[in-house]
Design a protein around this ligand. Structure first.
Ligand SMILES: [Zn+2]
Length: 399
């Protein structure tokens, strides 16, 4: 499987020296630090903890979804995620990175400040949890956010919405315990558990009311009407004599079996070709690059001179236009794309929003259930329907 994910270039290219300890092949002190840590682990345990392997890669999909699909503030989702993967600047983590500070808990004063201690084990958060509307009695057996989120489904909530609401309050309580910790660390002034509860619950209530009614207190109650500008932001036909190719890739979570799709259209919006192809890839960026390469290769074979490529992957377009550094596994594919681009009289790469890349997106999704590359007949009802829907909104330049 790992071998299938290695993408060989279509055209021969020269070997080059790269720094193998970094994903982009570029030397950095950070990657050297990880390399030395791995070497130390290897000497101590007989196996290295790969610098490419992070704790977040072992997080179950259910927990990943629980955090990122939860109803709470984006900064709090980010905070929960970093707590889960042990990535916040608590005393223990800072001390492990050789930062000379007191790694003790500033709330109780006599335990090591780990993420789990800070949020659950310490007497201070225990008082907050119990005193809050949750009346949550923290277990004495290794309480942790990981344990709470992993076993979330087992809580007997009366409804799914109620479960969401409770998770939202939990997230605000976690966040405000962290704020209390920061407040005493940086100002020397502590909050009482009652203050933390009050701040967390009122912030939660304000957020929950806004997110469930859809109206903030200051939001004007005017109906939002689409403007002509928004219509003009849809997919645009290329200029006369130009062909435009829209490319996209799909990669389900926890899978290496992805798909790519591309569609080529002329200045009237007429479809020239539409393709879906299953691919084995290790990451979505590689899939996006393969989709662009497939589109360019088709154009090269069809002898098309004037050409525009659209992708909704801004990272890829930055690499292709801006010359940004790219991960090593993309090297051969990027080389192919740039070489193919040179074979056209005019070839430009454009980043567009996902909303404008709908057909390419559907083509890539179709590839997930395909067994081999499919060039769709232009009379295919499924494809025709998609093209017709898009043609209702798109604009073509005047002749
Ligand atoms: Zn403590």
């Amino acid at each position: 499987m790992a071998i299938r994910q290695i993408k060989l270039p279509l055209f021969p290219c020269l070997d080059k020296q790269v720094w193998g300890a970094a994903s982009k092949g570029i030397f950095s002190t950070k990657s050297t630090y990880h390399l030395l840590l791995n070497l130390r682990d290897y000497l101590a345990t007989g196996h290295a903890s790969s610098s490419n392997r992070h704790k977040w890669e072992d997080v179950p999909t259910s927990v990943w979804k629980r955090i990122w699909h939860s109803t709470t503030l984006p900064k709090i989702k980010n905070f929960l995620w970093r707590i889960y993967v042990d990535g916040i600047a608590c005393g223990d983590n800072l001390a492990r990175r050789n930062i000379s500070i007191d790694p003790g808990c500033c709330l109780c004063g006599y335990n090591l400040e780990t993420c789990d201690h800070l949020l659950f084990e310490c007497p201070f958060p225990r008082a907050v949890w119990f005193g809050s509307n949750l009346s949550f009695l923290v277990s004495n057996i290794q309480p942790s956010l990981a344990g709470l989120l992993t076993g979330w489904d087992k809580f007997p909530f009366p409804s799914k919405d109620r479960g969401k609401e409770v998770l939202c309050l939990v997230s605000f309580v976690c966040w405000h315990i962290w704020l209390a910790r920061n407040h005493i660390t940086f100002t020397g002034i502590g909050w009482s558990p009652e203050e933390v509860i009050s701040r967390a619950q009122s912030a939660f209530q304000e957020f929950w009311d806004i997110s469930t009614t859809g109206k903030g207190p200051t939001e004007p109650v005017t109906q939002h009407l689409p403007s002509t500008l928004e219509i003009a932001e849809g997919w645009q036909c290329p200029p006369t004599d130009y062909i435009k190719i829209n490319c996209d890739a799909a990669l389900p979570l926890d899978s290496t079996a992805g798909g790519l799709g591309f569609i080529a259209r002329d200045h009237n919006g007429s479809t020239l070709t539409a393709c879906s192809e299953p691919i084995f890839i290790s990451n979505a960026l590689l899939g996006e690059a393969l989709a662009v390469r497939a589109g360019l290769y088709w154009a090269n074979q069809a002898n098309i001179p004037l050409f525009i490529v659209e992708s909704d992957c801004s990272n890829l377009i930055s690499i292709l236009i801006g010359g940004n550094s790219h991960p090593l596994d993309l090297d051969g594919v990027i080389h192919d794309i740039l070489r193919l681009a040179e074979s056209f009289s005019s070839c430009s790469f454009v980043n567009i929003s996902r909303d404008v890349n709908v057909i390419a997106h559907h083509l890539a999704r179709k590839a997930l259930s395909a067994t081999s590359r499919t060039i769709w007949p232009l009379s295919n009802p499924w494809l025709l329907n998609l093209c017709n829907q898009e043609s209702l909104s798109f604009a073509c330049p005047l002749e």
